[in-house]
Design a binder for this molecule. Structure first.
Ligand code: NAG
Ligand code: NAG
Ligand code: NAG
Length: 551
């Protein structure tokens, strides 16, 4: 982290600390910056597809079994992003996405690399993605005038479209100048399909490219630039190739855009599997992601130039992906900062939040005003990975804390509620209600095995105070460090768990928890709040606020 960015973030946290609810005022410091620092957003937003409508950049990302899925982020400068919608409001891929039981769940399935684009002719957004390597799902949203309104969407109303009985694996959508829609997809054998006029079925499909040495490639992103068709593909997890042709059907020539170039962060993976986008004034950028476990996969950007014969070239810093580059766009338009306090006062959850699998909507509600988020117990289980209605929030890196303020006065005998560091190897600080006593506990050793079945439901590693019978609220805090410690290093990043009964004096409970750096769960660690029963339903907690700050 350079001095510029840390100063910026410190000042930002200071500015934001006095603000109690979203949206936040002023990112003046960000806005006036003349350079940006990679990563552009230190949060887990992998498999990105970026594009621009008018003044607004959009970014779609994959979310596996988190719900709602496929977040849409927006930016005015390609550097400061905020989530504004989810293309898949409910995971409509089968009942296991409702987290039915210990054996009927969808961990690591769901939304993988998928694609979102805007179609000018009818002013609609189309999201398309293959699920479980079998079917392809399409969701659309009319744009309420984004084309007329400088690219700004009024509201998003996503509707499930057709389901194709065919997998467009790692697909990238292109809406051509003549309004024809194409999808590039596949692994090693790169395919192109042409869609019907309504964009909801296939009219033609053809293999367009196979590497001569059968190198494994995937992650297609398709563009038409200056009359030429491009498909960007990745060689996981180190390189990006560019395929180029005068026709969508090929033949395609290929060149390497990047291959194993040092990245902007130590101990992280190579920047790869990205897409390209231009600014209104014609500057081009490649936006990719970097494996940064335990935090997940985080976006980085770099400018592109073009050779006279139409091949893109990354603007490097020496032989490396730059840490800083000039800001792509200078603008007065800003988006809310990713840190601060969410007082959960609105009529819907902000798009920062995603449930673990589809929630049981009869068991949660926003109370309105300062009432907070009511989480009734939704499952009787001793397994957090099987409990419904765990609500997750991406962790901002490199080091941050997440604090949930929770009213625990209506927990019932046997209920377990708390603040988790959620992933396949997890830990939490929580409140155990047994008979009439509510005890603060730190629990570790919760895990899924390599088939994503629960193989450990957790061990109470430390016991804190028993809360006063009159105490209503407790603050549960997770302090973490997701600085990359990627494979090849034995360094483990750690997380500590803290509680407070007054919201100001925090006490650590238990010892530091060592996070896994493995990539195989794909999603990085998240902050999460949960409430489940072990005896009978009927209890509830109310989450009064969530605060995330850089530390
Ligand atoms: C959302 O779309 C659905 C289906 O197209 C339509 O029935 C509904 O009226 C729309 N809702 C809003 C608020 O526009
Ligand atoms: C597109 O063509 C114009 C005119 O030849 C040229 O100035 C521009 O650099 C080209 N852009 C790209 C991305 O190749
Ligand atoms: C559970 O599975 C994980 C992943 O394979 C493994 O690391 C862990 O040791 C297992 N734990 C138990 C208690 O079997």
């Amino acid at each position: 982290m350079n001095i510029f960015r840390s100063t910026r973030l410190l000042l930002l946290s200071f500015l934001l600390s006095s603000v109690s609810s979203k949206p936040f005022p002023g990112n003046e410091l960000i806005r006036q910056a003349t350079t940006f620092t990679n990563p552009i957003l230190w949060e887990d937003y992998p498999d990105l597809d970026v594009f621009r409508v008018g003044d607004v950049f959009y970014y779609s990302s994959s979310t596996f079994a988190f719900s709602p899925g496929a977040p849409v982020l927006k930016s005015y400068d390609l550097v400061n992003w905020t989530p504004v919608s989810h293309s898949v409001p409910t995971l409509n891929f089968g009942s296991k996405y409702n987290l039915n039981s210990a054996t009927d769940r969808a961990y690591v399935k769901g939304i993988w690399a998928s694609s979102l684009r805007h179609r000018p002719s009818n002013d609609m957004f189309y999201w398309i993605g293959c699920v479980e390597s079998s079917k392809t799902y399409i969701w659309t949203a009319p744009n309420s005038g984004a084309s007329q309104n400088g690219g700004e969407v009024g509201n998003w109303n996503w509707t499930a479209g057709e389901t194709l009985n065919k997998c467009y694996y790692d697909c990238g959508l292109l809406v051509d100048d003549d309004d024809t829609m194409y999808v590039a997809y596949g692994n090693t054998k790169i395919m192109v399909s042409q869609l019907s006029k309504d964009g909801l079925s296939e009219v033609k499909s053809q293999q367009v490219y196979v590497p001569s040495d059968n190198t494994y490639i995937e992650g297609s992103r398709m563009y038409k630039i200056n009359g030429t068709y491009y498909i960007f593909v990745t060689k996981p997890a180190s390189a990006e190739w560019v395929l180029k042709s005068k026709s969508p059907w090929g033949p395609y020539e290929s060149k390497v855009l990047v291959d194993s170039i040092p990245g902007p962060l130590p101990n992280a993976g190579y920047s790869h599997q990205g897409g390209v986008v231009d600014t209104k004034d014609g500057k081009w950028y490649y936006v990719a992601f970097m494996d940064s476990y335990p935090g997940g996969r985080i976006p980085v950007a770099a400018p592109l130039t073009w050779t006279t014969d139409g091949w893109p070239q990354l603007v490097k810093d020496g032989n490396a992906w730059g840490k800083t580059y000039p800001m792509p766009v200078q603008t007065d338009k800003k988006v809310p900062a990713p840190v601060g306090t969410d007082s959960l006062t609105g009529s819907s959850l902000s798009h920062e939040w995603e449930w673990n699998h589809n929630p049981d909507n009869t068991k949660w509600r926003l109370a309105g005003g300062s009432g907070g988020l009511v989480l009734q117990t939704a499952t009787v289980t001793n397994d957090l990975f099987t409990a419904r209605n765990t609500l997750t929030h991406r962790i901002i890196g490199p080091k941050s804390l997440g604090t949930f303020r929770i009213d625990v006065s209506q927990m019932k005998d046997g209920d377990r509620a708390g603040a988790a560091l959620f992933r396949d190897i997890a830990a939490y600080i929580g409140v155990y209600k047994d008979a009439s006593s509510a005890k603060v506990v730190m629990v570790n050793s919760l895990s899924l095995n390599s088939n994503w079945a629960t193989n450990a439901t957790g061990t109470v590693a430390a016991t804190g105070p028993t809360l006063d019978a009159s105490a209503k609220e407790v603050w549960l805090q997770v302090r973490t460090d997701i600085t990359p410690a990627f494979s090849g290093t034995s360094v483990k990043r750690t997380t500590t768990f803290w509680y407070s009964t007054d919201g100001s004096k925090f006490t650590q409970l238990g010892s530091a928890f060592a996070m896994t750096n493995s990539y195989t769960f794909f999603t990085g660690y998240r902050y999460a709040v949960f409430n489940h029963a072990t005896k009978a339903l009927g209890g509830q907690v109310t989450v009064k606020s969530f605060n995330m700050e850089l530390t």
